[in-house]
Design a protein around this ligand. Structure first.
Ligand SMILES: Nc1nc2c(c(=O)[nH]1)N[C@H]1C(S)=C(S)[C@@H](COP(=O)(O)O)O[C@H]1N2
Ligand SMILES: [Mo]
Length: 204
């Protein structure tokens, strides 16, 4: 997990108030387990060859080793997690680098409006840039005070508490800033591009 440990936990569990009174989105059921949902098993990060890459419409592309990523400033959030298949897990504590931190470091161009995330299992997912720079979107490498487990996307995953969790790429290996939208893996296969759990935006 990131060296720069945050002592303070920022509580984002009231984020639902933007969308409605209920913390549990409609049609969801609460679980205390943390199920694993992966399209094709758990890939592994090879420290010899794998890097965390930031590119596209940026002034300063980045290619970071895991050690370099872990040296970036990090924060810890308490946030909820909503899977489109109908389960929600409350009070997940994720530690990681804020998306906005990466935007600053890479010098993202003014005309970049979209983001595409890449993952080691050839998963992709897309979001508007404005939905990524808000509070809560992290490149997380820690979970509940420990390293993020491999089956939950370790060493690095994205978390998106305001969206169904398929918007958060596990085993994230890169992020590309785009001037035109490109759809990700599930978005190309009929899942909602907007994915707001409180509006039950499950399918497109
Ligand atoms: N790379 C990658 N990221 C992914 C997935 C995947 O299959 N591959 N599944 C998505 C889905 S549908 C969900 S619900 C969450 C599941 O995260 P979890 O296994 O930690 O619960 O990861 C998302 N991110
Ligand atoms: Mo999911």
């Amino acid at each position: 997990m990131s060296e720069a440990r945050a002592d303070e936990i920022e509580d984002l569990t009231d984020l639902h108030r933007e969308y409605g009174d209920e913390r549990l989105p409609p049609g969801q059921r609460r679980t205390d387990r943390f199920p694993v949902l992966s399209k094709s098993g758990t890939p592994s990060w090879d420290p010899k060859t794998d890097t965390f890459d930031v590119g596209g419409a940026v002034d300063d592309p980045l290619s970071l080793t895991l050690a370099e990523f872990r040296a970036l400033p990090s924060v810890t959030h308490r946030q909820d997690f909503h899977c489109v298949t109908g389960w929600s897990k409350f009070d997940c504590e994720f530690t990681g680098v804020e998306f906005a931190e990466i935007v600053d470091r890479a010098g993202v161009h003014d005309d970049a409006e979209h983001v595409l995330f890449y993952a080691l299992d050839d998963y992709t997912t897309n979001l508007p840039l404005a939905e990524c720079t808000r509070d809560g979107v992290l490149f997380a490498d820690g979970y509940d005070g420990d390293d993020l487990p491999a089956d939950h996307g370790g060493p690095i995953r994205v978390v998106t508490p305001h969206k169904y969790a398929y918007k958060g790429a596990k085993w994230v290996s890169g992020v590309e800033f785009l001037t035109e939208k490109e759809l990700g893996y599930w978005e190309q296969r009929g899942y909602s591009d907007t994915a707001n759990p409180w509006n039950e935006e499950r399918y497109s």
